[in-house]
Design a protein around this ligand. Structure first.
Ligand code: HEC
Length: 615
């Protein structure tokens, strides 16, 4: 049987030979939860242990399902404090009778933590918080007492009220010999360290790899990749364990290529850094000093008084899409990106529960992009590629360009192949040694998840869950060549390949209605300008820069007249809350929504006029 997870944490089991659906479990996550998931209502998979299939749900539950029937065996709420914003999008990891799960929420007001539950009973066995809590109270353990010393507690905004961040929202690795569990931790909350810890400090254990003793959850060691993170440089990318011969000696290492653009090789027994080099375009730091293990930051990379432009962007040089290690070639294959990030501190920041609390002004950033475009200085588009990396020499072996920047995780096989897909819908196999493309198919659906492989009756299969969205899909600059833009449907599809399989793939039917002429504009320029600011602070993260979306959530420029007429019923009254468009009544007034509507309408007319030039 194959188990897949879909948007809204829905699990489906299929017959691995035929693709026949056997059961589907829908945890019925309330639609309004969508607003509290920074980067889409995605789910990164299940874990399997003996008599259980385990899934984390967007609203923070961990559920054990019967593998044969999908019946619920137990369901627990992993959220310790509902006054803060937590979601689960990551896959649990199960080993040795334990199920480990983390959480997301560090764009809002979360204090990240990892929990381990008994696979049989669902009882909490241990919990490890990534960042300190209220400094006036004793911390949960000695590791957090030590971490507290790296935070400034005197700022106007109390980091423990806003959460602090560090969300361990992606995956876990386990080493049974050392009995250690490894995971990467997320960005600071707010992003802007000036607000979180104004006198500086490393802010442990943000943006780190952390190792815990698997049975007890006790701290073993940490390595921080971005001390004092202020750029949203999560270190949540996957942690890959390998044994490598370095300087003639076999070393038990872990490999990690987080958002910040450095490839780290770390001794996984001690946490000591062995080597670190840039695997993509990186300007925020010059290099990592091997004596101290710390990055040497570039002057001006922190946006303290003025805007900063640095590589990589907040989506990272490598995000959650898994890299893969091939012990035969000794190479790691990374789904890498080159993209520039623009950061500006928000002068009038005010903490608001349930909203993004970044301390970064997306309106100022969007204005800077607009000014650059007007001056003829179009910012370089983000690019994505597969990068084959030698972890011993810390050098590139080969790279191939992909369609789009936000592309799939990778799979390497013993047959000497690397499989990867892209935002344009192409799925390809490459020669693992040299990177030559050996096979390719247009699936007409964007691809983010890595492929996986299995063998049945002596035959090898490659399975790929195609579907596209996430952080890079929602808020990136519109790319008309993505499969989503081209085919206007965000339905995912499961493809399974074998030698001699069928080659034809048809596009799915487009969703939504064709655009109609927008209603007349009645607002003045000042209202439209106010709408620009409010739109980019509140709506950009899902509906895209300049109200231009790829189509995963509606492109608001193309809204039907009826929706323009009922704008407030959607934005203030939550008419579409069940579908993930929650009410913004808690942050926006009627005047605010009128201004946002005026800005969107301005963009609608520009789009309509461009598509219908006057004769
Ligand atoms: C967390 C993601 C998210 C954010 C943030 C968000 N939206 Fe939405 N929005 C959605 C989704 C998802 C839908 C589609 C709902 C559906 O399918 O019914 C939607 C639909 C809409 C629609 C209906 C469009 C149509 O053509 O049917 C409007 C209007 C809208 N949003 C306005 C806004 C405004 C204004 C903001 C900012 C104040 C905003 N949204 C912020 C996710 C979001």
């Amino acid at each position: 049987m194959l188990y897949i997870t879909k948007s809204w944490s829905i699990v489906t089991a299929l017959d691995a030979r035929t693709g026949k659906e056997l059961w589907t479990f829908d945890p019925k996550v309330p639609g309004g939860t969508g607003r509290y998931a920074c980067c889409d209502v995605v789910n990164r998979g299940v874990a399997i242990w003996k008599d259980g299939v385990f899934v984390g749900t967007l609203d923070g539950r961990l559920i054990k399902l019967d593998p044969k029937t999908g019946a619920v065996k137990w369901s627990i709420d992993t959220v310790e404090n509902h006054a803060h914003t937590y979601t689960i999008t990551g896959a649990p990891r199960a080993f040795d009778g334990l199920v480990v799960i983390g959480n997301g929420g560090a764009e809002y007001d979360s204090r990240g933590y990892v929990s381990a539950f008994d696979a049989d009973t669902g009882k909490l066995v241990w919990r490890f918080h990534v960042v300190p809590g209220d400094p006036s109270k004793p911390q949960e353990n000695a590791a957090l007492e030590a971490a507290l010393k790296t935070w400034d507690t005197t700022g106007k905004y109390k980091f423990w009220d806003i959460g602090g961040g560090g969300a361990p929202w992606n995956s876990f690795a386990y080493d049974p010999q050392l009995d250690l569990v490894y995971f990467g931790t997320g960005n600071g909350n707010p992003w802007n360290r000036e607000l979180r810890s104004p006198k500086g400090g490393d802010n442990l254990y943000l943006s780190s790899v952390v190792a815990l003793h698997a049975k007890t959850g006790e701290y073993a060691w940490h390595y921080q990749t971005t001390p004092g993170d202020t750029w949203d440089f999560d270190s949540t990318a996957d942690v890959v364990l390998a044994d490598l011969k370095i300087d003639g000696q076999m070393r038990h290492v872990l490999m990690h290529a987080p958002k910040n653009g450095f490839f780290y090789v770390i001794d996984r027994e001690t946490g000591k850094l062995i080597s670190a080099q840039k695997f993509a375009t990186v300007t925020w730091a010059d290099h990592v000093d091997l004596a101290t293990g710390r990055p040497v930051e570039a002057p001006g990379a922190r946006y303290v008084d003025k805007m900063a432009v640095v590589f990589p962007a907040a989506t990272g040089a490598h995000n959650w899409q898994p890299m893969t290690f091939d012990p035969q070639t000794g190479l790691v294959y990374i789904p890498a990106m080159d993209s520039a990030g623009i950061y500006a501190g928000q002068k009038d920041f005010a903490y608001h529960h349930g909203s993004w609390n970044l301390g970064v002004d997306f309106a100022a950033v969007s204005q800077a992009v607009l000014d650059a475009i007007k001056a003829g200085k179009v910012p370089p588009p983000s690019v994505g590629y597969i990068k084959a990396w030698d972890p011993v020499t810390q050098k590139e072996a080969w790279q191939v360009a992909m369609g789009g920047a936000w592309n799939s995780g990778l799979l390497s096989t013993a047959g000497g192949l690397v499989f990867g897909g892209d935002a344009y819908g192409m799925f390809s196999a490459y020669d693992a040694k040299a990177g030559k493309k050996l096979w390719s198919i247009d699936l007409k659906t964007g691809i983010l998840a890595p492929a996986m492989t299995y063998e049945l009756d002596g035959e090898q299969y490659i399975a790929l869950l195609a579907g596209w969205g996430g952080a890079g899909g929602l808020s990136a600059f519109k790319d008309p060549n993505t499969a989503l833009s081209k085919y206007q449907t965000d339905q995912g599809r499961l493809f399974v390949f074998k030698l001699g399989g069928r080659q034809q793939v048809a596009a799915l039917a487009p969703e939504g209605v064709p655009p109609s002429e927008p209603p007349p504009q009645t607002a003045d320029a000042a209202t439209i300008a106010k709408g620009f600011t409010l739109y980019h602070r509140n709506c950009l993260v899902c509906h895209g820069f300049f109200a231009q979306s790829e189509g995963e959530v509606p492109d608001l420029r193309l809204m039907p007249k009826e929706i323009f007429a009922q704008f407030d019923s959607v934005v203030l009254d939550g008419a579409l809350a069940d579908n993930g468009m929650a009410s913004f009544k808690d942050v926006l007034s009627k005047d605010d929504t009128a201004a946002i509507k005026a800005y969107i309408l301005d963009q609608s007319h520009a789009a309509w006029d461009a598509a219908h030039p006057k004769k």
